[in-house]
Ligand binder design. Structure first.
Ligand code: AMP
Length: 282
């Protein structure tokens, strides 16, 4: 596996592969890799000739008082896992390499960035779209793979690609879960044993929503209340939001007629966990 830490280094590697006619697939991450990330590497390898993974804890997508400093990091372990999984190139830049002192630009997808997680994390998605566009320009991928775990992020990136006419195909990878249903996340290490046990309530509450839809309930207020009520039974959980939205537009639905997705964010102590699930009528 080749490792690039500088932008110009990564750019020339990408140019070299493009010149040879290789299809570059790309998985952007913040590292501290788990099976969720690695499942995206598998997809990327199938969908391209050269698989590039980036590890970059992006400071501008963290708000003041958020966990930028204590975000878990272990690049040596990540390197081993990527090597084993068949990644061809690791791009691992420093913060100063990505953001020189005179950096001024921000990329913003209006509306979609200020709802749901954007409400409690102002500026977060602007940080995400800015770094992802930079990474696309540096890595020059034909295809980029993002997890449905960060569903709002996926929708925003698809919109940025469309709005800015970027030549990158966006592919989604399904959510990889622990045996008990908890969605894998680098932030799960923040959970103490009690919180970890209770955190399965996110998955279980979404199954409840799915069951209600299967039982013929279409009114989202009823479902959201039931889901909220279920989560509130767990004393360590503090709900940020529970919403049922259209999967493409993220617009809140009053009734479920066709396609729908439940999205939720719940605090457990220091950790803010997000999860989502399809709850289609079909
Ligand atoms: P992160 O390192 O948290 O920024 O995540 C990097 C990529 O991995 C994003 O596209 C995430 O959506 C994806 N990802 C994170 N956790 C999971 C998971 N449990 N299943 C599938 N994809 C995931």
């Amino acid at each position: 596996m080749r490792i690039a830490t500088r932008v110009d280094e990564m750019k020339s590697i990408a140019k070299e592969y493009r010149k040879k006619g290789k299809r570059i697939s790309f998985v952007p991450t913040m590292g501290y890799l788990h099976e969720g990330h690695l499942s995206l590497v598998d997809i990327a390898r199938k969908d391209g000739d050269i698989c590039v993974v980036s590890i970059f804890v992006n400071p501008i997508q963290f708000g003041p008082g958020e966990d930028y400093e204590r975000y878990p990091r272990d690049v040596e372990r990540d390197e081993r896992l990527l090597e084993q999984r068949g990644c061809d190139v690791l791009f691992y830049p420093s913060a100063s390499e990505m953001y020189p002192e005179d950096f001024l630009t921000r990329v913003r997808v209006e509306k979609l960035s200020s709802i749901l997680c954007g409400k409690s994390r102002p500026g977060h998605f602007e940080g995400v779209t800015t770094v992802v566009l930079k990474l696309f320009n540096i890595v020059k991928p034909h295809v980029a793979v993002f997890g449905e775990k960060d569903y709002q992020q996926l929708v925003i990136i698809k919109r940025m690609v469309r709005d800015l006419n970027l030549d990158v195909e966006i592919v989604a990878g399904e959510i990889i879960r622990e045996k008990d249903g908890l969605a894998m996340s680098s932030r799960n290490v923040y959970l103490d044993p009690v919180e970890r046990k209770q955190a399965t309530c996110l998955f279980r509450s979404m199954l409840l929503a799915q069951d209600m839809v299967k039982a013929g309930i279409r009114d989202t207020k009823t479902i959201v209340e039931a889901v909220g009520g279920f989560i509130k039974k767990f004393d360590r959980a503090r709900i940020d939001y529970v919403k049922i939205v259209h999967p493409d537009t993220l617009e809140e639905l009053e009734e479920i007629h066709d396609r729908a997705r439940i999205l939720l964010a719940v605090y457990f102590g220091k950790a803010r966990l997000i999860d989502n699930m399809e709850i289609d009528v079909s």
